[in-house]
Design a protein. Structure first.
Length: 301
C-alpha cells in the first residue's frame, strides 16, 4: 500500500512538471505576475485567491476595468485559470457572472486597443540610416528582425549555429517559438536585397564576421527581449520618429503589413511569420489596403 501511495505521489509530481513544461518560462512568469496582482486584490479585500470563485473574479475585473484595457482583463482571467490548473483546482472562467460582466465592461469601455505602429519601408530606411557604422549588431538585428517577421523571443534565442549562408541568402533555424512550444522547429529563408545598404543578409554577414572570428558558437545577439524594444525605440527617436509609438513587435507587424502592401499572398506571409491562424495576418492586410483599395480613389474632384 505504501508503495502505491509513493508511486501516485511521484506521478503527481511528474504531472505537475509536465504541466509547467507545457508553457514557456516567459509565459509562466507573465502568468505569475498577473496572479500576484490578483492575490494582492484578494488579500486587501479579505477574499480567497487560491482556490477562488467566479464571483471574486467578477469583482476583480470590475476593479481592473477602471484603469486597464479590455485585453488586460482577458489576460488576467487566463493567468488566474492557468495557475489554478497547475495547483490542481477547477475554476469555471466561463461562468455567467464572469462572461456577462465582461460583456458589460466591453460595451462600456470598448475592446479596441491602440497598438504600436508597424515599421514600414520608409521608417525602416530612416532607422537604419540613424545607426552608426560601428553598431553592426543593431543594424543586423533590426534588418533581420524586419525581413524575417521575427518575434523578439525568437531573435534573442538565435544561436550562431542556427545560421546557414547559401548562394541565395541565409537560412535561419527557429528551434522553438510561441506557436511551436513542442520544438519541432522551422526555417526562415531571407534572400539578398538589391540595395546593399538595407540588405539584411549583408548586414548579418558583416556582423558575424566581426563578432564570431574565434569560435563560431553561442548566442547570436546576446540580448534580452526587452533590449530589442529599447534598441528600436532608441533609433526611432534618433531618426526623428515618435519612439513611444514603436516597440519590439513593430518589426514583425511592419514586415507583414509591407509584404501585404506589395501583394504577397496571405499564406506566404504566414510561412514567414509563423502565424497559425489567418486572423492577425488579415488585420495586417486590411491595414495595408486602407488607402490602396479605398473607395475614394474612384472619386475625382
Amino acid at each position: 500500500m505504501n508503495n502505491l501511495v509513493t508511486d501516485v505521489k511521484s506521478l503527481e509530481i511528474e504531472t505537475l512538471k509536465n504541466l509547467k513544461n507545457s508553457k514557456a518560462n516567459n509565459t509562466l512568469r507573465a502568468y505569475r505576475s498577473d496572479f500576484k496582482d490578483f492575490s494582492g486584490f484578494c488579500a486587501k479585500n479579505c477574499l480567497s485567491s487560491m482556490p477562488t470563485q467566479p464571483k471574486i473574479i467578477a469583482l476583480y475585473i470590475t476593479h481592473l476595468s477602471k484603469s486597464s484595457k479590455f485585453s488586460t482583463l482577458k489576460r488576467r482571467i487566463a493567468s488566474i485559470s492557468v495557475l489554478h490548473k497547475l495547483k490542481g483546482h477547477y475554476l469555471d472562467t466561463k461562468h455567467p457572472i464572469i462572461m456577462e460582466n465582461l460583456h458589460g465592461i466591453k460595451r462600456t469601455i470598448g475592446s479596441r486597443q491602440r497598438s504600436k505602429k508597424p515599421i514600414l519601408i520608409n521608417e525602416l530606411k530612416l532607422i537604419i540610416k540613424a545607426i552608426d557604422k560601428e553598431k553592426s549588431r543593431d543594424k543586423a538585428l533590426i534588418l533581420i528582425g524586419f525581413a524575417g517577421g521575427f518575434r523578439r523571443s525568437e531573435l534573442v534565442n538565435l544561436d550562431y549555429e542556427d545560421l546557414e549562408f547559401v548562394t541565395e541568402g541565409v537560412k535561419i533555424l527557429i528551434k522553438k517559438s510561441k506557436t511551436d512550444q513542442s520544438g519541432e522547429g522551422s526555417v526562415k529563408a531571407i534572400p539578398y536585397f538589391d540595395n546593399r545598404e538595407f540588405c539584411p543578409v549583408t548586414a548579418l554577414k558583416d556582423y558575424v564576421s566581426e563578432k564570431f572570428t574565434e569560435k563560431n558558437e553561442g548566442k547570436l545577439f546576446k540580448l534580452s527581449d526587452k533590449s530589442v524594444a529599447l534598441i528600436i525605440k532608441k533609433y526611432a527617436e534618433k531618426a526623428g520618429l515618435d519612439a513611444s509609438r514603436y516597440a519590439g513587435h513593430s518589426l514583425r507587424s511592419g514586415f507583414a503589413t509591407t509584404a501585404a502592401e506589395f501583394g504577397a499572398e496571405e499564406r506566404n506571409i504566414m510561412v514567414m511569420t509563423g502565424h497559425k491562424t489567418t486572423q492577425m495576418v488579415r488585420r495586417y492586410i486590411q491595414e495595408a489596403n486602407l488607402f490602396k483599395n479605398n473607395a475614394l480613389n474612384k472619386i475625382k474632384i
